[in-house]
Design a protein. Structure first.
Length: 218
């Protein structure tokens, strides 16, 4: 229950960037691919636990959408933050972690954990050898986080357009691209209207996932 309506009370100005989620496993465990994960979950429904940073967060939604898209049953293990969840994955206490890519990227590169799939429409430049979940055989799985600017609906349209233009110019600068890449993200361009449509589509998408998965806030 928010004290505002995110669609009616906020004016989209400009997107900044997008980044996929990541599905990771412990390298010492047998789940080495999305195919392995689906097979394990189907072999023993509910027996495979997956960790996330907490109930109702981006990573919880990513896990529940995977269950729906792959037609499997897994048990959600919410942690009080992404750090504790990742520690338990690396120590072998939980077999699977749903997280943002930036969170696991350093440990994936060092070999402490294995990223088996990412949630973008295309592979992430940060881990080009890791397939998307769609590539790996789970159609309809797209889980990306985005950043952007919004303001009050009273903002004049000319000001919104000017701010959008300035943001687009900054996003084309090499230093901005490098900074976003360091966060496992890519620049995102679009008009305020396109940004608004994305927000409305995302709300509809995730409301449906929450209802289908019977997610409850704690």
């Amino acid at each position: 229950k928010l004290p505002f309506d995110p669609v009616k009370d906020l004016a989209p100005i400009a997107m900044i960037g997008t980044g996929p989620n990541a599905i990771s496993t412990n390298p010492s465990q047998p789940i080495a691919s999305i195919k392995d994960l689906v097979a394990a979950a189907k072999a023993k429904p509910g027996a495979v636990n997956y960790a996330s940073s907490g109930v109702g967060g981006f990573n919880h939604f990513g896990g529940e959408l995977f269950k729906i898209a792959a037609g499997v049953d897994m048990t959600h293990v919410p942690y009080k933050g992404g750090g504790p969840a990742m520690i338990d994955l690396m120590s072998g206490h939980v077999p699977v972690l749903f997280s943002t890519l930036i969170q696991v990227l350093p440990h994936a590169r060092s070999g402490k954990l294995r990223v088996i799939g990412t949630g973008g429409q295309k592979r992430s430049p940060a881990l080009p050898n890791v397939p998307t979940v769609i590539e790996a055989g789970v159609p309809g799985y797209e889980v990306t986080i985005w950043w952007g600017f919004l303001g009050p609906t009273a903002l004049p349209p000319k000001l919104i357009a000017a701010l959008n233009d300035v943001t687009a110019s900054i996003l084309k600068e090499g230093e901005t691209v490098k900074r976003l890449a360091a966060e496992a993200a890519e620049p995102a361009f679009g008009t305020p209207a396109e940004f608004g449509k994305l927000i409305q589509n995302d709300i509809g998408k995730w409301v449906k996932v929450a209802r289908d998965a019977k997610m409850q806030p704690h």
